[in-house]
Design a protein around this ligand. Sequence first.
Ligand SMILES: Nc1ncnc2c1ncn2[C@@H]1O[C@H](COP(=O)(O)OP(=O)(O)OP(=O)(O)O)[C@@H](O)[C@H]1O
Length: 619
Amino acid sequence: MATQPTASKRAPPAASNGNRRSSVLASGTKFSWSDVSFSVNHKKTKSSEKTSTKILDNAYGSLEPGTLTAILGPSGSGKSSLLNILAGRITSSSSTSITGKISVNSVLVDPVSNRANVAYVLQDDCLPKTTTPLEALLFSASLRLGVKVTKSEKEERVNAMLEELGLIDCQNTLVGDALTKGISGGERKRTSIGVELVTSPDLIFLDEPTSGLDSYAAWKCVLTLKKISVDDNATVLATIHQPSSEIFQQFDNVIVLGKLGLVLYSGPVPKLASHLSTHGYPLPFETNPSDHALFVIMTQPITEQISNGLYDKAVVDKHDLEKTETEESVEGYINEGVYVPLIEASFFKQFRWLLKRECRSVYRDVGGLLGRFGGTIFLNLLFGLIFLNAGKTSTSPVDFNNHFGALTLVTISAMFGTASPALLQFPSERPVFLREYSTGTYTVMPYLASKMAVELPLLFVQALVQTLCVYFLIGFQGNFGLLVTAWWALGLASNSVAIAVGCTVTNVKDAAELTPLVFVPQLLFSGFFVSISSIPVWLRWAQWLCSLKYTLNLLLLIEFSPDVCSENSETESNCNSLFARNDISSDLIWFYVLVLCGLFLGFRLLGGFLLVKRARTVF
Ligand SMILES: Nc1ncnc2c1ncn2[C@@H]1O[C@H](COP(=O)(O)OP(=O)(O)OP(=O)(O)O)[C@@H](O)[C@H]1O
């Protein structure tokens, strides 16, 4: 790791103003880097010492305002790694090492601190499926543009951006996803670009903006980037895979990454062909220079490429670059610190916009609503019919067990029924959160609060529907309102656990695999399959994490009230034995309520903590 420059030589932090430009980015931004190396360390094994693979070896390059530059190279040559390093999206870790110098307008910067000044468009379009392009751009503009930009100016900027990106016709169509038809892939990509560009950034980095697009959509996309670079005097850098001639000609400059992490060429697009020809690889007639460069890299032996001097030009350029940028002879550095986003909007503004979006996502996701309430109604009617009238009498041990069994099974079903929508939904929402958090759109507290504000009534309605289905069919005798409240509390706590699980995984499959691990042990403490007193003492602590256990404690106290238990001596003895076996006492009702509240809040905060930890390190 190179040493850090003195504080006075660093670029000042980004200013918190309307257009988010820091003072070093005031009028067009020159961005350059040199000696950027990236290696991946491999673990030490018994047979070998710790080794490392160099992905980038002293990479260098320079971007001018008003230009569009491509990073080109074979698959695995380090294009995305270079872009991520320059954008401050990856830093050194225990398994990777990054060194180099990065400067903005000839001032050395720490790329992590500079992150807020770079609009970064990810390869995957992380957009909420139930939003429209117009809403997505408005959301971004409203939360990311400071108070100095008025509401009408933000709307004007959004409309201009929609027009510039050719999104006017589809501005009110839902984005959709793989399962729900929405706007086209090209429109989705342009929406992702618009969400970043609406803040009028000077530096725009894009990871494979044309991937997944057909040739016309890809050409249109690059044309748009070119127009933005010229019209807005923006500095645009994009990684790109095998561009067609038409696309390649739109770029002003190109950086070609070759084998061994070396830079083969960095300069104007028209001069790439002569660079290859000069070093023994003339461009065949009517061949795209970018195709030819990739062909040479992949087919010619690397020793021959080096001995032919293909990478020599790189050395000359590198020296030129160092001369201009190290005039002040400062050492560059790449920080290992965490990223703290710059937030423009107040807590309430963030909450308001997030709540609006969250509400839309509920009522527009008709399939999700049908699954949630359809499943609840179907299962609970089934329980109601199977345990028909089981709650009306508890005199014999069999009747008592049926009554207890009905209550337990309805509660277990409620736990899974309230956790599964969050488990299925959250992993797909997580990338959206990570992107928006990392771009300083909002922080974690308003995000979690807005989710909670929508879930509270939704889970209440779910608990109410469930109680309506089973209460009269089974003939439960507890207070209707208290039963609804207890099942509602269980729904909230289970939902929190599901969100915490969702925060640790990246996809629905992993979430589904983790689900039994988190929820099945709760069944052990329900008291139905095995009494708490039979569980080894050293394992009983786990009940403190089980919302099912504390909800059942409350439900049993509500349902088997003194009135029900005093029906006859046998019922009374069954009640006493049930409470004793499961350590339940009516004196502890408020304690059970507090534990449920604690689990609800605790898992919610854990989820938030895990999300922020992830967002602040690598994204
Ligand atoms: N954190 C990491 N740990 C281990 N290997 C890594 C890491 N980051 C990158 N690599 C490796 O570095 C190499 C370059 O990856 P990178 O994604 O930058 O290439 P690329 O040129 O963008 O590839 P593609 O065009 O296929 O997307 C790959 O072999 C990749 O496996």
